[in-house]
Design a protein around this ligand. Structure first.
Ligand code: ADP
Length: 248
């Protein structure tokens, strides 16, 4: 498994480089967008320059979302970790995602009845779930399919979080390269190739691991394992801070 994950040093270097570029690019995009808004404001509603300017605006929005993903990918530190049960986090992510999915897509959860505690950065785990569910959704046929998000505490106390889909699955080459930044099999405007590298970065920073179980035509399950915090949880309970306050 460790072979399939990436050379941490290479990832680190790419992350630093990409983060620097993204940061500068973000400022450039800000200047473009700011002036675009000024230009649009000063033009009559039927001016011939409006459609191309609107096109520029759409492109700059795409650029902004790409830059955000790169910044997320290049972030090195895990931030503040809070000891908390993960069920509410999963439920929140799923209920935010559900309305954005196509009608034929069923998104369901399989949550351990007992509270599953972990020490996490809630907004980053939220990001992991969004990225995994987005990939799962994009792998489903047009007619729809099923996505399941599972959460359980294993016998050794470790946390097992998984996202399964019954979509297209992946060939061996894709599985080998899945955590590579900018590796994508999707069209340019659909995929950045950063989703799984972000997942890998966040989970690793939490001291966890990510594994992919997939076969073409059979669907995919991504397994995330996080370190146990059960002892701590039993000793002290939740941190006083409201973990939900970090979301958003
Ligand atoms: P992106 O989704 O932007 O392409 P990712 O890093 O999230 O970037 O994923 C990289 C590639 O891994 C995808 O382009 C796709 O080929 C493959 N992949 C990821 N998740 C799944 C999945 N659930 N089912 C099938 N293929 C997947």
């Amino acid at each position: 498994v460790e072979q399939r994950l990436h050379d941490a040093q290479t990832l680190h270097a790419i992350g630093t480089l990409a983060g620097g570029i993204a940061h500068d690019f973000n400022n450039i995009l800000g200047a473009i967008r700011g002036n675009l808004v000024l230009a649009l404001d000063s033009l009559p509603a039927d001016h011939a320059a409006r459609p191309p300017l609107a096109q520029i605006e759409r492109a700059s929005l795409r650029g902004r979302s790409l830059v955000r993903q790169i910044l997320e990918f290049s972030r090195k530190e895990v931030g503040v970790l809070h000891l908390q049960p993960l069920q509410p986090l999963v439920e929140e992510a799923v209920s935010l995602l559900r309305p954005t999915l196509a009608p034929g897509v069923r998104l369901q959860t399989r949550l351990d009845a007992a509270a599953v505690w972990a020490r996490v950065n809630a907004s980053q785990i939220h990001q992991v779930l969004v990225n995994l569910c987005t990939n799962a959704w994009q792998a489903l046929p047009k007619a729809g399919g099923e996505i399941t998000v599972g959460l359980e505490r294993l016998a050794d106390g470790k946390v097992h979080l998984w996202v399964a889909d019954d979509g297209a699955g992946m060939d061996a080459e894709t599985q080998r390269r899945i955590f590579e930044p900018f590796f994508t099999t999707k069209p340019v405007d659909a995929g950045t190739g950063l989703g799984m590298s972000v997942v890998h970065g966040i989970v690793t920073a939490h001291g966890g691991t990510v594994e992919v179980d997939s076969a073409p035509g059979r669907g995919t399950t991504v397994h995330v394992h996080l370190p146990s915090a059960q002892g701590e949880a039993e000793a002290g309970g939740a941190d006083p801070e409201d973990p939900q306050a970090e979301l958003g």
